[in-house]
Each structure stands twice: as structure tokens, then as C-alpha cells.
Write a protein that binds this ligand. Structure first.
Ligand SMILES: Nc1ncnc2c1ncn2[C@@H]1O[C@H](COP(=O)(O)OP(=O)(O)OP(=O)(O)O)[C@@H](O)[C@H]1O
Length: 531
């Protein structure tokens, strides 16, 4: 606050400034009359209007002028993306909020640019997840970039206070560009930088395999939705044994999906795709899911439906998944009553368990699952893949697997020659063999052996043949024949068992019906005799 003496002087000066002009003007001829009118007004305003108002208007006026002048002299704009206040908070599924992650995304984006360019003083830090390194610019370094022909410059800056002292370790990534490109930079370039940065961060992190669990969170006493382990499965499409043309189709489909962001946005469709994998046990359905995840670099969410109690729990699970993920429900026919005759009589479960109607009332229903697949996607952004696997595709409700829900139906079939070639490469490191490959092919044409069967035989043959191709293949042929006989025997026994069980059930049902009839007859007779 100004001292009283100083305040009086300032007031007097203001009054004199406003009034001396008009007094002087009174003595001139040309402007005297104008000043005579203006002087009282100016004097009144100068005396009574608050000083702050004048200062504000004056500053504004000056600033506007000076900005215009500056724009001519220095037409460049800067945008600072500052490091978040504290540590970036990461939840299990990534940065807690988008705001927190912008700096990290920009830094990751610039790590690519810095490596490509001539920034010589770089910094390398271990990625937050995974074994990768994030290379970024040292403070004060610049990197030039270009977007749609527009040049842009990034520099790494450390925050300093007015005395030029470093304010802790707070950093900025400063973007400089010509002000005529402001709209392009804000609307398109920065979102592009964030997207690219996110991709880099994502590819540096370890992938995860999530499963939903029954356990309660010890703090909130609520059911935890997902728990995870690092996903480190070695299977790729190169090691997946299946028909080559089919494999090519699947890879092409995945590529198209991954690159169709704009298409899905334009068409107003959620960016998701469903795959139904069906075939006998051991044909590689789970292996295919791992190959897909490795190919796309996605996380896997393995949904265990038996521990999900209600449709709303299922919904919560879905909302808790992240973008770039594969959501898998294995053996869908065994975990849920999703068979074709929903309205029909009570049926036995596919896995031989109790009746479908035995399920508790609060379990997940087919309509809940259908909502899960397509009704709720609007709540989720980013790409997601849903995979159902089943050994009995014929048992599934057509509504569940219609195109649009399950876009691609992939039959995983028995091991034939092309699949065997892949397995031989995996296990024996050979691509071909004069006669023995043809002999193996012959066995596989005649016998229905799964890739899992063949893989096991290859393991045994490899051990017995000490890894030498010819003896290994000889042993393999014998093993395959032996396995085929054992399998046929086991299948015949299982069939006989199932028939015997079905017969026993039928007899039990018939007996129960006879007993119920007898009881009804006895009741009717008792009523009749009473009457
Ligand atoms: N197509 C395949 N390519 C390579 N390896 C395979 C293939 N199919 C099966 N295998 C081998 O057999 C094992 C079992 O296969 P997998 O669990 O993928 O079969 P599945 O069809 O999912 O069986 P289930 O229906 O019983 O779950 C795998 O760990 C893998 O070693």
C-alpha cells in the first residue's frame, strides 16, 4: 500500500495533468473551444476513475499494439507440455488419466525423432515397463520435425524461476511453430504426436495376460475384476501349424482390422472384431490366440465365466479392459448355456455337469453375453478383439455366432501335411526330407491326429533319435501309428461310456416317470375312495 504522502502527490499530479492541458488550451485560439468542453470531463474522470482502470486499459492497448508488432518481428508460437507435478501415476492398466500421460507420450514420440536426427546429447531411461529404453533429448537439445510439410521444432527445457534457478527437476517439452499453422498443430499435429507416442510406449511395455478372479480386494472389500501376469508366450504365426492359405487369410484379416481405425470411425462402428475358433481338443485354438496376441502386440483378457455372477458383473469386466486387447472366452459351450434351443426343455451341460437350469438365478445369461459382445462397445474406445473357442460349434446358439458378432469363423482342424511341415521345422529344424516326409504325410492323411498329438510324438522321436532327422522321422512314423491306434481305442471306449451313460439316464428318467405316474394314480384313488 502507498504511503499517505505519496498518495496525495500522485493524486495532485493526476489532477494537474488532466487540467493543465485545458488551461493551456484556453490561451490558444484553434482548440480552445474544444478543450473548454472536454476539460471538465477529462478532469472528472482523471480525478475519480480508479487508477487501476486506466492502467488496465493502457496495458491492453500497449499489449495489443506490441503483439501486432511482435507478430511481424517474431511470428513463432510456443506450446509447453510440462512434466506432470509428481510422479506419473499408473494404475494397473496404464496412466491414471490422459493429462498425466501427455508428457510421457510426447517424450516417447520425440525419442523416435531424436534417434533419427542429429540430436547428439541424448538421455536414456529404462522404460516404465519392459526391458526397452526410452531415449530422449538432454535439456537444451532441439529436434526438428515436419508434419504435412510444416516445419516444427521441439526443445527440452528445464523450468527455472525468475532468478534463473532450476525449479527442482520439472521439465517441459517446448514446441515452436509459425503462428499461421496454429490450427493444424493444435487440431492435428498434437493428437498425432500423442497417438504415435502412445504406440511407442505400448510397444515398449510388457504384455499382460489378465484373468478375472473371485478374490476380494483387501481394501475395498469389492470383487477385484482382473489380475494379471506377464504374457510371454513364444508362439507366433510362423510356429503355428495349420494350412498355409488359412493362416494367410487370418493374418490379412488381422492386418486389415488393425489398420482400419479411420474406416470404423467413418462408418460409426465400434472398432472390434470377433473370431470363433472351433475344432477338436488339441488342434491349437489356445495357441492361435497366443499367436494373434503376439502378432498384434495386444494384451489378453481370459474371461472365466464360471466366476462371473451376474450380467452386470460381466459388463463391469468389459469396461475394465484396455484398448488393444483380445478378450477370450474359452470353451464357451461348457461355461454357459449358449446352445441352440434356449426356449426348450432343460438340457444337460456340454461338459456333463448338471442341467442348464440348475444354474443359480444370478448367473450370466446368453442375452447378457450378447450385450457384452455388441451392446456395450459404445462404452469403450480403442480396438478390441473377442475370441470364443469351442470344441462343439454345432451346440452354439446361432445368435451368438452370427456374422457381425463373430466376424470370422476359423476351423482348427486335424494335422495334415502342411501343418506337419511347420511342426517338423519347430521341433527338428528341418524343412523337408526325401522319402520320410511323404511317408509321414501318408499317415496323417489317413489318421485324424491333432497337432498336439503330432507335437508330442515329435518330442518323443526327437529324444529317441537324438535330434538326427532320419532316425527321428522313422521313429515319428511309428509313434504316429501307435498314437492313432491308441486314440481310436480311447475314442471307442469314450463313445461306449457316453452311450451307457445316456442309456442309464434314459432308464432313470423312465423309472422316475413310472413312479410319478404310480404316485398320481394312488393319489387319485385315495381321493376317489374318500369321496
Ligand atoms: N496348430 C498348432 N500349432 C502348433 N502347436 C500346436 C498346435 N495345436 C496344438 N499345438 C500344441 O499342442 C498344445 C495344446 O494345444 P492347444 O491348447 O492350443 O489346443 P486347443 O485346441 O486349445 O485344445 P483344447 O480345446 O483342449 O483347449 C500346445 O501347447 C501346442 O504345443
Amino acid at each position: 500500500m502507498a504511503e499517505p504522502g505519496k498518495r496525495a502527490v500522485a493524486q495532485w499530479r493526476r489532477w494537474a495533468l488532466a487540467n493543465l492541458g485545458p488551461f493551456a488550451a484556453l490561451f490558444t485560439t484553434n482548440f480552445g473551444s474544444a478543450w473548454l468542453i472536454l476539460a471538465p470531463v477529462v478532469s472528472l474522470v482523471a480525478t475519480y476513475a480508479p487508477r487501476r482502470l486506466f492502467r488496465t486499459y493502457f496495458n491492453l492497448f500497449l499489449r495489443r499494439r506490441s503483439r501486432r508488432l511482435l507478430n511481424v518481428v517474431d511470428p513463432y508460437v510456443t506450446i509447453d507440455i510440462s512434466e506432470p507435478g509428481g510422479e506419473v501415476r499408473y494404475s494397473r492398466y496404464g496412466p491414471v488419466s490422459d493429462n498425466d500421460s501427455t508428457y510421457e507420450e510426447v517424450k516417447a514420440y520425440l525419442s523416435g525423432a531424436a534417434r533419427e536426427q542429429d540430436a547428439r546429447e541424448l538421455r536414456a531411461e529404462g522404460a516404465r515397463e519392459g526391458n526397452g529404453l526410452v531415449v530422449s533429448m538432454r535439456d537444451g537439445q532441439d529436434v526438428a520435425d515436419e508434419f504435412r510439410g510444416v516445419p516444427l521444432w521441439w526443445s527440452s527445457v528445464v523450468a527455472r524461476d525468475v532468478q534463473g534457478q532450476r525449479k527442482g527437476d520439472r521439465r517441459f517439452q517446448r514446441l515452436t511453430f509459425h503462428l499461421s499453422h496454429r490450427a493444424l498443430v493444435v487440431d492435428e499435429y498434437l493428437p498425432h504426436v500423442r497417438r504415435q507416442g502412445r504406440e511407442i510406449l505400448f510397444s515398449n511395455r510388457r504384455r499382460r495376460l489378465y484373468t478375472n478372479s473371485k478374490s476380494r480386494d483387501s481394501y475395498s472389500y469389492e470383487y477385484k475384476s482382473w489380475s494379471y501376469i506377464d504374457f510371454d508366450h513364444p508362439t507366433t504365426f510362423d510356429t503355428l501349424a495349420m494350412d498355409r492359405a488359412k493362416k494367410r487369410d487370418i493374418i490379412h484379416d488381422l492386418d486389415t482390422f488393425r489398420n482400419s481405425r479411420e474406416f470404423y470411425r467413418r462408418a460409426g462402428k465400434p472398432w472390434k472384431r470377433g473370431y470363433l475358433l472351433y475344432g477338436p481338443p488339441g488342434t491349437g485354438k489356445s495357441t492361435m490366440v497366443a499367436a494373434m496376441a503376439n502378432y498384434l502386440d495386444y494384451d489378453i483378457y481370459d474371461v472365466e465365466l464360471t466366476v462371473v455372477h451376474t450380467n452386470s458383473d460381466l459388463r463391469k469386466l468389459l469396461i475394465d479392459t484396455t484398448s488393444k486387447s483380445i478378450i477370450v472366452i474359452e470353451d464357451i459351450d461348457c461355461t454357459l448355456d449358449v446352445t441352440g434351443d434356449r426356449a426348450g426343455r432343460p438340457r444337460r451341460r456340454a461338459n456333463g455337469g448338471g442341467d442348464a437350469d440348475d444354474r443359480p438365478r444370478d448367473s450370466v445369461t446368453l442375452s447378457g453375453l450378447l450385450n457384452f459382445i455388441d451392446g456395450l462397445w459404445s462404452a469403450c474406445t480403442g480396438e478390441r478383439i473377442v475370441v470364443f473357442t469351442t470344441n462343439h460349434v454345432e451346440r452354439l446358439d446361432p445368435a451368438l455366432i452370427r456374422r457381425g458378432r463373430m466376424d470370422m469363423h476359423i476351423e482348427m482342424s486335424y494335422c495334415r501335411f502342411e501343418a506337419f511341415q511347420t511342426l517338423a521345422k519347430n521341433y527338428l529344424d528341418i524343412d523337408d526330407h526325401d522319402d520320410l516326409f511323404a511317408a509321414v504325410g501318408e499317415v496323417l492323411r489317413e489318421e485324424n491326429l491333432t497337432p498336439a498329438d503330432v507335437a508330442e510324438c515329435l518330442m518323443a522321436a526327437r529324444r529317441a533319435g537324438s535330434g538326427e532327422p532320419s532316425p527321428c522321422l522313422q521313429i515319428l512314423i511309428d509313434e504316429l501309428k501307435k498314437r492313432a491306434v491308441e486314440k481310436a481305442k480311447a475314442e471307442a471306449e469314450a463313445k461306449a461310456r457316453a452311450e451307457a451313460q445316456a442309456k442309464a439316464w434314459a432308464e432313470a428318467e423312465a423309472r422316475a416317470a413310472v413312479e410319478a405316474n404310480a404316485a398320481a394314480r394312488d393319489r387319485a384313488m385315495a381321493t376317489h375312495s374318500n369321496v
